[in-house]
Write a protein that binds this ligand. Structure first.
Ligand code: WT7
Length: 684
């Protein structure tokens, strides 16, 4: 069975009707100062010049030794980039900037409580802390090149410091998003065989002090059940010297990092020279099957790609104050809060809390106070801020030159608010389409060179050649108004190396579907299947329609339907469950669970609540379903496959179309009545 594209009605079959928006040109003021206003970039990165065009990005980095082969295709689809080159990511993001920018802010951290002072970390200070913590990892925790380390850290400066410290020594970091549960963290520790956990005592979120160390205790317990003995729990304290958690420190296992670092104060450890192909980090993400996959990113290609795209798409110069309002526990934060901006010597802003705390003006106060001039966020945050404080931006005297959006399709209405109200009509917008797997942007406009189009991610990036295929692998041409599966025809340096520990799944998930010849060592035979539906307008711009596989995007985060279903099934009373995506005004989509109970149980509110609680426990609060319906039976095909599509149509009040393949068509009307009440069959 192929993992991808197994849905009954594919995006490729759906004709797409939507109004093409007009082009919007970037302000001339932006163009005048842009990093890239030279249209020859398209010439330089055109297909004839591939793969050597990518030298340009790699040359932005400092290499210990230069590579001999830009792209090695000898073992498809495990492409190797900048082969023979050696470099260190931490050196490239910190040390090399000292000569020029020692006392410039590298990171400005904004705590959520508004009465707390910001923390400004200069490049020099970052250098000192990264060295000291790297020494803790090496000397105290005994980690070395190739060891894995897991972080379960929220948006505090200790997170980028931890990442850069690990990278300094070639330790592969594995950050687990704070919104994921302790159990999810334990599973990722097990999969990556990671025995050291880095956490913190607590942090602020929506005005509440969250006890994070308490999570670590559960992680250790859950990891033990999976056969992983967590040897050390290293705890950053949000206020060094003061402990915020109620959880007790376990002797011989738990250690305060501020205490450990004292021993290494002022000490330095040289950055380890890494092969371009040595892994830099893992980032787990959801796919179609139950187990999240560890996307393994390489050192050289990844860093080159995020540096290049940070400069040319986000237009970051060293003198800019750049704020990516996203979470570092997400690939966006790895690439575009930490590695990309620091590689180009920017000042990167980090904010601890939620957008609306204490009110919808908060982000704009931060922007005004810090003089932020580049802003990057997700549609879900914009929808929230637009709803609660549509006119707030105008009250604050900040000026953006460039703004980015990522994570979901942005509705043209929201785009226009972003442009006119948030950007005050002065800023270029880049709508950047990409994925955890990809390392950096795949589609976007190059802002000083190409006009924007609301709701559209733009053309392929320079050096990225997308194509849309139908289910049979026939190309869906531009301008037909027909959707299909968007693929990337060529390799690029930011693409992950493999799925940690599962090369076969890597091939099956991303390449089997459209591979033209498995024996071929020519990259042309191996298009990358992204798992998104898309339509290409006659001008070449792509509009991304969303996932075609069993992945739900909740507030920009990826959740697998199988993961949700497995979590629901941990409820004793549940015999079968199906997870579907309900359209949500603010979060894009939210999960809804349909389930049936075992014969010895009667459906009840208690069971529903138990399902919700179990999902939160297994996966984390981000995954909580909006509703749980305990139904007499689930709609199934004759071969026993649950028809999630039908359930999704019921929840979203859409026409559920053809039911002839169902073994139990009558159940559909019963379920519809339960969900929608007695108002007659759904019409389109
Ligand atoms: C999925 C990947 C890459 C950083 C954050 C998400 C959707 C992402 C866009 C966009 C429309 C988008 C896709 C993609 N997506 N950016 N600009 N327009 N859809 O990473 O969690 O791996 O999710 O997010 O469906 O497949 P991710």
């Amino acid at each position: 069975m192929q993992e991808a594209g197994s849905k009954e009605v594919t995006e490729a079959q759906i004709a797409v009707h939507w109004k093409e928006e007009e082009f919007v040109n970037p302000p001339t003021k932006f163009i005048a100062q842009a990093n890239m206003a030279d249209p020859s970039i398209f010439e330089r990165f055109k297909e004839e010049n591939f793969p050597e065009c990518y030298r340009e990005y790699a040359d932005m980095l400092s290499w210990d030794s230069y590579w001999h082969t830009t792209l090695d295709t000898s073992n498809p689809p495990f492409w190797r980039w900048f082969v023979g080159g050696k470099l260190n990511a931490s050196y490239n993001c910190v040390d090399r900037h000292l000569a020029k920018y020692r006392n410039k802010a590298a990171i400005i951290w904004v705590p959520e409580p508004e009465n707390e002072a910001d923390e400004v970390i200069t490049y020099q200070e970052l250098y000192a802390r990264v060295n000291e913590f790297a020494l803790v990892l090496k000397e105290f925790a005994g980690l070395k090149k190739g060891s894995r380390i897991t972080f379960h850290l929220p948006m505090i400066p200790s997170l980028p410091i931890s990442m850069l410290s690990a990278a300094r020594l070639g330790i592969i970091h594995n950050e687990v998003f704070g919104g994921f549960s302790a159990k999810a963290c334990a599973e990722r520790m097990e999969d990556s065989k990671s025995y050291v956990l880095v956490t913190c005592d607590g942090y602020y979120r929506n005005g509440q002090l969250i006890d994070k160390k308490a999570d670590a205790d559960i992680t250790v317990e859950e990891a033990k059940k999976l056969g992983i003995n967590v040897e050390k729990v290293l705890v950053w304290r949000r206020y060094p010297g003061r402990y915020l958690s109620k959880s007790e420190m376990v002797e011989g296992r738990d250690y305060f990092i501020d205490y450990l670092m004292k021993k290494f104060r002022g000490k330095r450890v040289p950055p380890l020279s890494m092969d371009a192909e040595d892994p830099l980090f893992l980032m787990y993400t959801s796919g179609s099957t139950g187990r999240p996959k560890g996307c393994q990113h390489r050192t050289g290609g990844y860093l080159a790609y995020v540096a290049g795209t940070s400069k040319y798409v986000q237009d970051i110069h060293p003198e800019d104050v750049y704020w990516c309002f996203a979470d570092i526990g997400w690939i966006t934060g790895h690439s575009y809060i930490v590695y990309g901006p620091l590689a180009v010597a920017a000042t990167t802003v980090m904010y601890e809390g939620v957008p609306m705390f204490p009110d919808a003006g908060r982000p704009w106060r931060i922007a005004e106070r810090l003089g932020v001039n580049i802003f990057h966020t997700a549609p879900t945050t914009l929808r929230m801020l637009r709803k609660s404080g549509p006119m707030e931006p105008g009250k604050y005297g900040y000026h953006f030159k460039c703004m980015t959006t990522v994570g979901e399709p942005i509705e043209p209405e929201v785009w226009k608010w972003y442009y006119n109200i948030v950007g005050k009509g002065e800023a270029a917008i880049t709508d950047t389409w990409w994925q955890t797997e990809n390392g950096g942007f795949l589609c976007s406009t190059v802002p000083a060179l190409l006009p924007m189009k609301p709701g559209s991610a733009g053309p392929g990036m320079p050096g990225i050649y997308p194509v849309i295929y139908d289910e049979e692998g026939k190309e869906v041409k531009a301008g037909l108004g027909k959707a299909g599966n968007i693929c990337i025809r060529n390799p690029w340096p930011g693409m992950m190396q493999t799925i940690w520990g599962d090369h076969e799944r890597f091939v099956r998930q991303y390449y089997s579907k459209y591979c033209k010849d498995v024996a071929s060592k020519d990259w042309h035979a191996w298009p990358y299947f992204a798992g998104d539906g898309a339509v290409q307008a006659s001008d070449g711009y792509y509009r991304i329609l969303g996932r075609v596989d069993d992945v739900i995007k909740v507030a920009g985060h990826r959740l697998g339907t199988k993961e949700l279903e497995n979590a629901a099934l941990t409820t004793e009373a549940i015999s079968e469950a199906a997870a579907i995506a309900l359209v949500d005004e603010l979060r894009g989509h939210v999960p809804v669970i349909y389930a049936s109970v075992k014969p010895s149980y009667t459906p009840s509110r208690e069971i529903e609540l138990e399902v919700i609680a179990n999902i939160a426990k297994e996966l984390g609060p981000i995954a909580k379903p909006k509703a749980v319906y305990l139904v007499p039976d689930l709609p199934k095909t004759r071969s026993g496959k649950i028809m999630r599509r039908v359930l999704a149509s019921i929840s979203n009040s859409e026409d559920y179309g053809d039911l002839t393949t169902l073994a139990n068509p009558d159940i559909v009307e019963t379920i519809r009545k339960m969900v929608q009440g007695d108002k007659g069959p759904t019409k389109k």
